[in-house]
Design a protein around this ligand. Sequence first.
Ligand code: SAM
Ligand code: SF4
Length: 335
Amino acid sequence: MTPSLIDPFQRAITYLRVSVTDRCDFRCVYCMSENMSFLPKKELLTLEELDRMCSTFVGLGVQKLRITGGEPLVRRDIMTFFRSMSRHLETGALKELTLTTNGSQLERFASELKAAGVNRINVSLDTLDDEKFARITRWGRLAQVLKGIDAAQSAGLRVKINAVALKGFNEDELFTLTDWCASRDMDLTWIEVMPMGDLGNEDRIGQYWSLKDLRRDLGQRYTLTDLAERTGGPARYVRLEETGQKIGFITPLTHNFCESCNRVRLTCTGELYMCLGQEDMADLRKPMRDFPNNDAPLVEAIRAAISLKPKGHDFDYSRQRADGQVSRHMSHTGG
Ligand code: SAM
Ligand code: SF4
């Protein structure tokens, strides 16, 4: 299908990230405060509404869906949604259905995900140390996540690890994490910590660790070869010649990746964010709920939103403060 969602900068929008819940069984310090208040249920799109929304996007040329949250696997009956999305994989309209998860529920759901047509998943894991894991996630337990990763690999899912780079927290695990991923045939992507929301933890744990420094340190042990691969997102990749592994760097703050941006983000309440770093959004829930039997107003609202997609974001650490900070939490827009 030729993509039909083209933004004002001639970027084809083929990638939708969907947050299916704002809830989570962890409380990662850089993502949530300890006492989060969550949205009332009626605000959330139902599973049927999520299906209708995603199917409309697929009809408009979206080829890749990434399900996220909050923690997507804590949403009740979420497997119903995955199973129902697999029909778009079968027709070929959708090329990839995937998710980003903290891994806590994978032991339970890995086989069902695979059966629904999910082939690759991202698991977020910042440390391999039990005590540090409990400290950074507050409520998480490392052993449970490791079992989840085992289950995912046994089910035939390809796992990529995402780690947030935090100075004074996981700097000393650069090689341990790399080697552990290599030993399990997993790629590893480092994410620069982003200024999201006012969590009040900024001084308590983890500071901004520049991926430029991380990359330099990695280069002292391994031979890094730049890969041309681009996903239309903020990630850049290298291959470690010694292990064959792919290492990604997501640097929204130090690099501008906006010119190739192919994605938009849908929140669990049906707001469409055209850019992770901007406050602009469009409410898609209203045109959908107001017209239960007619998708035309929803399609029109999606097209109108895409026509407003901004050229880029304004994150900037260069002035020693988090300029361009947006007030919503990552768990709201779905990372
Ligand atoms: N709960 C799932 C998980 O943790 O993978 C999915 C949602 S989570 C919001 C998506 C990703 O955002 C995770 O990899 C997490 O580490 C990352 N993240 C959360 N807050 C962040 C922040 N302030 N800066 C950078 N990455 C962040
Ligand atoms: Fe939950 Fe993911 Fe946020 Fe951690 S990063 S609190 S696991 S949503």
